[in-house]
Design a protein around this ligand. Structure first.
Ligand code: AP5
Ligand code: ZN
Length: 214
């Protein structure tokens, strides 16, 4: 099963990726998490990516396509994978198509911008695993600590409101065109596209995704 999660920053992709990964046993490939790991490790890619990410802009297609191709060629992806935050531009989607990588499901998360700005201010993340929490909507069991490891949760560097608004503008300009792209792919029988109301509770969204994928 090869799945693409499509949606604005803060729409809930990472939260539901964690759920799908556990429920269906396929690895999550989050290009955002991969870039943050490169930043933490201080690699040349990380140094280049940090500047771009801090401004809410997209990292270049060439770099991202290379990262994803390398990742999906690994053994644990043989039975499928969940792409979280990729593709994010038409050239990224075309690159997958040209590489002969089919997508079985495109799950689009719809959430209005103002709701997203509210969500981001309460987000806390566990950098080691990519697990995502929210102070009010999805709190950890112990305040400020990851449920599994007990390690400290942090605020993401790009969650400041002005950066969130920039990321939303970039989403509408460069990523939202992928909705029509995948609708056309679905009409041609190449994939299945589902639009999910991402303003529902975390549990309601998970239930809807389970129904679609089962
Ligand atoms: P990335 O890490 O992919 O960030 P993003 O797409 O902006 O998405 P987010 O991770 O911010 O949100 P999410 O949809 O995962 O929501 P979450 O589940 O956390 O990318 C970061 C940067 O890396 C980009 O800006 C770019 O620079 C670069 N990059 C990455 N991929 C790239 C690519 N392919 N090409 C080029 N550049 C790339 O939820 C958000 C909050 O809401 C959490 O607090 C959560 O607890 C809460 N929440 C979730 N669901 C619900 C719900 N149903 N109700 C209430 N609260 C909820
Ligand atoms: Zn995410």
């Amino acid at each position: 099963m090869r799945i693409v999660l499509l949606g604005a920053p803060g729409a809930g992709k990472g939260t539901q990726a964690q759920f799908i990964m556990e429920k269906f046993g396929i690895p999550q490939i989050s290009t955002g998490d991969m870039l943050r790991a490169a930043i933490k490790a201080g690699t040349p890619l990380g140094l280049k990516a940090k500047e771009v990410m801090d401004q809410g802009q997209l990292v270049s297609d060439d770099i991202i396509i290379g990262l994803v191709k390398e990742r999906i060629s690994q053994d644990d992806c043989a039975k499928g994978f969940l792409l979280d935050g990729f593709p994010r531009t038409i050239p990224q989607a075309d690159a997958m198509k040209e590489a002969g990588v089919p997508v079985d499901y495109v799950l689009e998360f719809a959430v209005p911008d103002e709701e997203i700005v509210k969500r981001m201010s309460g987000r806390r993340v566990h950098p080691g695993s990519g697990r995502v929490y929210h102070l009010v909507y999805n709190p950890p069991k112990v305040e400020g600590k990851d449920d599994v490891t007990g390690e400290e949760l942090v605020i993401r560097a790009d969650d400041e409101e002005s950066t969130v608004r920039k990321r939303l503008a970039v989403y509408h300009e460069q990523t939202a065109p992928l909705i029509d792209y995948y609708k056309q792919e679905a009409a041609a029988g190449h994939t299945r596209h589902y639009k999910v109301d991402g303003t529902q509770s975390v549990e309601q969204v998970s239930r809807e995704l389970t129904d679609i994928l089962s």
